[in-house]
Design a protein around this ligand. Structure first.
Ligand code: URP
Ligand code: ZN
Ligand code: ZN
Length: 488
């Protein structure tokens, strides 16, 4: 009723006349997928992503995803302008399912700091992303990142990083292009190796520990970056690692294809890594060292990708996945025997709902929750690719991939929008869902000041106070009067 779940059970009294019954015998009924990482209609590297909020969301629904959090970018470094553009121009008129936003922060000033507060308190933004790469465009330096981490902590917002050393990437690109003379898509992988991802991941984690903020690392592509996250979590830091569909299912050999269009479709950043690295990332996700799976759906068709025909540095970065994620994860993780269907629900839906503070409204099947539900038939075999997908893309990085198990029904806020291969969506029907601060990364620590682990100034101060049996009171008077020594 009203898009919410009324009852959950085995014998439900219902008005049969007014009820549509979907037979799910032998199938799995699960919460709709939540994609925590998408870029619909994103302007990037001189192009605009060719899936907008209409085509991208329609594709998502056909693949069993019913909610996503998209990255709004500032317009000329203005956060509020960017937010309004994404919400009212890009999303609202076109959306066919529910969505929220992260906001990217690409510079630092008093206005940025004030706008972050306004966005959190008045506009339903609870996460901010900092790009440590894309030098000269979106990249922030350490000083700006530190300001941003501290501000997020004050606001109860979740800071996120694209972790690659942007200076290293710029140097690598120059070297590969000019010194090695490699201009084709292989140069993309060669110029931004895994070590640059691991370095930035480690640096961002250490800075978050210093500030005492939680940190969400987006699109973990490499083993060594996953190891940095695992080590930080092991020492008790609140670090969240998101990997993406391309990282767990593809490997870097695709960039060695001599056909430019075929190779360029796989160009994304950080790059798709070696098969061994991908296997480690997959194991980290299955074993819990990484927490959730997104897509980084940012799609540029083959004409758009051709902007980098003679120079890999100009290929617009991004791959598809919003429609494929649920199926690829089912095949690579559940069918492969690495995780249970329960874990599948956690990494594709529930974890994101908790982190972005929309649980239990989304991410679960419970009375009162939004009726975002999927039915997956494990006995249906199908093949991913351009011929089957609903995206506007003319290529697909999962072309030809066979999947055992198919989402046969998707229900979005109580409406059957995908059933037996047919989409039934209404442009403009999707709703923006405001996301409140202090999501699960801040659990049991609403102020951020009570952290047990890490090397933040607060935790060091607390440790010192505990060591000297102090009550943690204000010492300023004592310091000012020079009496602190006798009192200590
Ligand atoms: O290649 C990618 N990942 N494109 C989208 C922008 C980003 O870095 O997330
Ligand atoms: Zn990124
Ligand atoms: Zn992204």
């Amino acid at each position: 009723m009203n898009g919410r779940i009324e009852a959950v059970g085995t014998h439900i009294e219902a008005n049969i006349e007014a009820t549509r019954i979907i037979d799910a015998a032998g199938k799995l009924v699960m919460p709709g997928g939540i994609d925590p990482h998408t870029h619909l209609a994103m302007p990037f590297m001189g192009q605009e992503a060719c899936d907008d909020f209409y085509s991208g969301q329609a594709a998502a629904l056909a693949g069993g995803t019913t909610f996503h959090v998209d990255f709004a970018l500032p317009v000329q470094h203005d956060l509020l302008k960017g937010y309004k553009e994404w919400r009212y121009t890009k999303a609202e008129p076109n959306a066919v399912m529910d969505y929220g936003f992260h906001m990217a922060v690409t510079s630092w000033s008093d206005k940025v700091s004030r706008d972050m507060k306004t966005l959190v308190e008045d506009h339903g933004i609870n996460s901010f992303k900092y790009f440590m790469a894309y030098k000269g465009a979106l990249m922030v330096n350490d000083d700006e990142l530190l300001e941003g981490l501290a501000r997020c902590k004050e606001l109860g917002a979740l800071p996120q990083v694209h972790a690659e050393n942007g200076d290293g990437v710029a140097r690598g690109q120059d070297y590969v292009f000019h010194e090695l003379g490699i201009h084709d898509p292989r140069g993309h992988a060669l110029s931004r190796p895994e070590v640059l991802e691991a370095e930035a991941t480690s640096r961002a984690i250490r800075l978050a520990e210093f500030v005492g903020a939680p940190l969400y690392v987006v699109h973990v592509m490499g083993k060594s970056s996953a190891e940095e996250i695992a080590a930080a979590r092991f020492r008790g830091s609140r670090i969240i690692g998101e990997t993406v569909t391309s990282a767990i299912a593809l490997n870097d050999t695709v960039l060695w294809n001599a056909n430019f269009t075929e190779a360029a479709k796989f160009v994304m950043s950080p790059p798709i890594r070696s098969a061994a690295s991908g296997a480690a990332v997959r194991a980290a996700l299955a074993g819990g060292a990484l927490q959730l799976l997104g897509t980084d759906h940012a799609v540029f068709n083959s004409t758009q990708k051709r902007a980098g025909q003679d120079d890999f540095r100009l290929i617009p970065n991004g791959v598809n996945g919003i429609e494929e994620r649920m199926h690829v994860a089912w095949e690579e993780l559940v069918n492969a025997g690495m995780i249970s269907p329960m874990d599948y629900v956690r990494i594709t839906s529930t974890e994101a709902a908790k982190l972005f503070n929309v649980y239990p409204r989304k991410g679960t099947i419970a009375v009162g929750s939004d009726a975002d539900v999927i039915v997956l038939d494990p006995s249906v075999e199908h093949t991913l690719g351009v011929g089957a997908h609903h995206s506007r893309m003319d290529t697909n990085v999962y072309e030809g991939k066979k999947i055992n198990g198919k989402v046969t029904t998707t229900i979005s806020r109580g409406r059957v929008v995908w059933h037996d291969g047919k989409l039934d969506v209404v442009r403009g029907s999707g709703r923006f869902v405001p996301l409140a601060p202090f999501g699960s990364a801040y659990a049991s620590d609403a102020s951020g000041a009570g952290r047990k682990a890490g090397t933040s100034v607060e935790s060091l101060l607390q440790e010192q106070r505990r060591a000297v049996g102090d009550d943690g009171g204000d010492h300023r008077d004592r310091v000012d009067t020079g009496s602190s020594h006798t009192e200590l």
